[in-house]
Design a protein around this ligand. Structure first.
Ligand SMILES: [Zn+2]
Length: 166
């Protein structure tokens, strides 16, 4: 069974390795990650968040309910317009065991390429919430957390809550 890794765990800071082959282990990990994401009302979960330093993730489009399982996802284009949105992370929890939220500025639209679970290359343009989620999740594969984008003062406000998490 996979376990959620929380802020402070160094695995969240590792740069993940590309997936060479979509093995049964990768497929079962993605299935379990979809369940964990749903159970915790999340909209995305990346492999390092469950302790696997490989480049794959799962995400849900909250508008359509569609679930994506992405292997080796890569953002290949970013729109010039940026927007501020509130973000949280299943690895950044506060004292109530719920994600701590903070505003982050990112491009409003992106182009993303990935391999699906059958091994087919896919590409999509995303904007709004799905674009936000895929940027947050692909950051995880490079060891980047959303709190890294916050000002020192804002980050300290978030970390104060995280430190009170039991
Ligand atoms: Zn996250």
């Amino acid at each position: 069974m996979l376990q959620m890794k929380l802020c402070g765990d160094l695995v969240l800071r590792e740069k993940c390795e590309p997936v060479d082959e979509i093995t049964p282990d990768v497929l079962s990990a993605m299935d379990e990650m979809v369940k964990m994401m749903a159970e915790q009302n999340g909209v995305g979960l990346a492999a390092p968040q469950v302790g696997i330093t490989k480049r794959f993730l799962v995400m849900m489009n909250p508008d359509s309910g569609e679930v994506f399982k992405m292997v080796n996802p890569k953002i290949t284009g970013r729109g010039t317009k940026t927007v501020i949105m509130e973000e949280g992370c299943l690895s950044v929890l506060g004292p109530d065991n719920l994600p701590v939220f903070a505003n982050v500025s990112r491009p409003d639209s992106v182009t993303v390429e990935w391999i699906d679970e059958q091994g087919h290359p896919c590409a999509a343009e995303m904007s709004g919430l799905p674009a936000r989620i895929i940027q947050h999740e692909t950051d995880h594969l490079d060891g980047v957390l959303f709190i890294d984008y916050l000002s020192p003062v804002k980050r300290e406000m978030v970390m104060r809550k995280v430190r009170r998490h039991k």
